[in-house]
Design a protein around this ligand. Structure first.
Ligand code: NMX
Ligand code: MLT
Length: 434
């Protein structure tokens, strides 16, 4: 059996000539124009990144290495009795584009167990932060504190050649990913469970071990696998993925890069929306004072939010123009496992009402729900009601795709990222209004 690293090396060697040829023979082929609207408006739609781990179609949603979410879940091997594939099998897939056998996936599980030991000082760093620090600040600090472990940084100091970069980057990224579940679960139990920490169980896969360390029984292990894979990657223009790619382009190691990306994910327009969806919903339910929610009451609450100048969290998207398939996937999970759960019923009612409200409001280009509108319900149902923790879960998932992406960035020799900026006066001149 070839190892994941051997397969990755073969894929890198096969891929390199494609990038070399594009650069050598096709550098001048135009793929995008940029308007003033795009330059001021957050570079929306400007095609200037290359990412092979996933692609986001506005109407279809995400494809991981060419496969939709249902195709990915169906194709990856599953251990006996499991409905969802392991995170380790997905890591193999997103890194190489090849579906591993169960044996190959289990070899990655074994490899991750060797790498999973979190240095003790990481827990000290989290404990040293003020108790009211946001879990995302704790998560980002914990990741950054491990920078001293970087093999890439050491090898770079020692003068390794450019063609070797991917190897220590792969080692660092694998080590970091294997450690994230324990760090996440530690933050949860430190902040919300009085510091009653549960030690890892080395017999379990990443998802199973995470559920165990969170202190939540089956089927939360399946929820963890599903959740982490669903949140793994969304091509690389989104704030977290782009930040991670950008920071790593300076040859900063993956500890610096992921910590920076987690800081971007912590924003309310990005990953924090999953926290805000639950905050909004809980406030709404409290305001009902025992009254049954109706579509009319929900419509009014949504309008109140819009009229106060706030966004409706969990709705809208910079690229998508239909319901996010990650929303649909989790909705299907809820329909199967918790169809009558009151919170799910409210979330479903919002889904019925919000798109029309947003259309009538007339601002959002996409009135449909994104992943964050649905993910909190599942967590709440299984007992994770501390919603300020939800974006840490997103962050563990997001690490999978983005770390795979920066291994490939180094393998393909992508340079330091440095787009050009202009002044407002230059734009006025170009537009002929000055
Ligand atoms: N509620 C109210 N207004 C909205 C919403 C929404 N859900 N979505 C977009 N708009 C507004 C937006 O604020 C902007 O207003 P203005 O012209 O006053 O600045 C206008 O509609 C046009 O925005 P779009 O071009 O449709 O959206 P954009 O690409 O700029 O932003 C989001 C995308 C996702 C940031 C935006 O839809 C939003 O703020 N959604 C709510 C927060 C959220 O759910 N974020 C999570 C995204 C997914 N994730 O996990 O990262
Ligand atoms: C994501 O998963 O990163 C979000 O949906 C935001 C995006 O893709 O722009």
């Amino acid at each position: 059996m070839t190892t994941l690293k051997e397969t990755l090396q073969r894929k890198i060697e096969e891929h390199r000539p494609r990038t070399t040829r594009l650069l050598k023979e096709c550098s001048d082929v135009k793929i995008s124009d940029v308007t003033i609207g795009q330059a001021i408006g957050g570079a929306r739609g400007v095609k200037c990144l290359v990412t092979d781990t996933s692609y986001l179609d506005p109407m279809e949603g995400i494809r991981f290495r060419g496969k939709t979410i249902p195709e990915t879940f169906a194709a990856l091997p599953k251990a006996a009795g499991r409905e969802y594939p392991s995170v380790e099998s997905f890591w193999y897939y997103i890194l190489t584009g090849e579906i591993p056998t169960l044996e190959e996936a289990q070899a990655v599980e074994a490899d991750f167990k060797e790498r999973a030991q979190v240095p003790a000082y990481v827990f000290d760093v989290v404990r040293a932060l003020p108790a009211d620090s946001h879990p995302m600040a704790m998560f980002s600090s914990a990741i950054l504190s491990m920078q001293r472990e970087s093999i890439f940084a050491r090898r770079h100091r020692e003068g390794m050649g450019k063609m070797e970069y991917w190897d220590p980057m792969y080692e660092d990224c694998s080590n970091l990913l294997a450690r994230l579940p324990e760090i996440g679960a530690f933050i949860y139990r430190h902040k919300f469970k009085g510091g009653d920490i549960i030690a890892p169980d080395k017999s379990l896969d990443l998802g199973g071990n995470f559920a165990h360390m969170m202190g939540i029984g089956s089927p939360y292990d399946e929820v963890a696998r599903m959740y982490f894979i669903l949140h793994s990657d969304h091509e690389s223009g989104n704030v977290s993925a782009h930040t991670i790619h950008l920071v790593a382009s300076a040859l900063s190691d993956c500890y610096y890069a992921l910590s920076a990306g987690i800081n971007g994910l912590a924003g309310p327009l990005h990953g924090l929306a999953n926290e805000n969806v639950l905050r909004w919903t809980q406030k709404f339910m409290e305001g009902l004072e025992g009254q049954e929610p109706t579509e009319e009451i929900i419509r009014k609450a949504l309008w109140d939010t819009l009229n106060s100048g706030q966004v409706i969290p969990g709705y809208g998207h910079a690229v998508l123009r239909k319901t996010d398939p990650r929303y649909t996937s989790q909705r299907e999970f809820c329909l199967k496992n918790l169809p009558d759960y009151p919170l799910f019923k409210v979330i479903s009612m919002i889904y019925k009402v919000a798109p029309d409200v947003l259309k009538e409001h007339g601002k959002a280009k996409n009135p449909w729900p994104n992943v964050d509108a649905q993910s909190g319900v599942v967590q709440w149902y299984y007992g994770v009601t501390e919603y300020s923790f939800y974006t840490v879960l997103f962050g563990i998932g997001r690490a999978i795709g983005t770390l795979a992406n920066i291994v490939w960035d180094r393998a393909l020799g992508y340079p330091i990222e440095r787009p050009k900026s202009l002044t407002t006066a230059m734009l006025e001149e170009m537009a002929g209004i000055r």
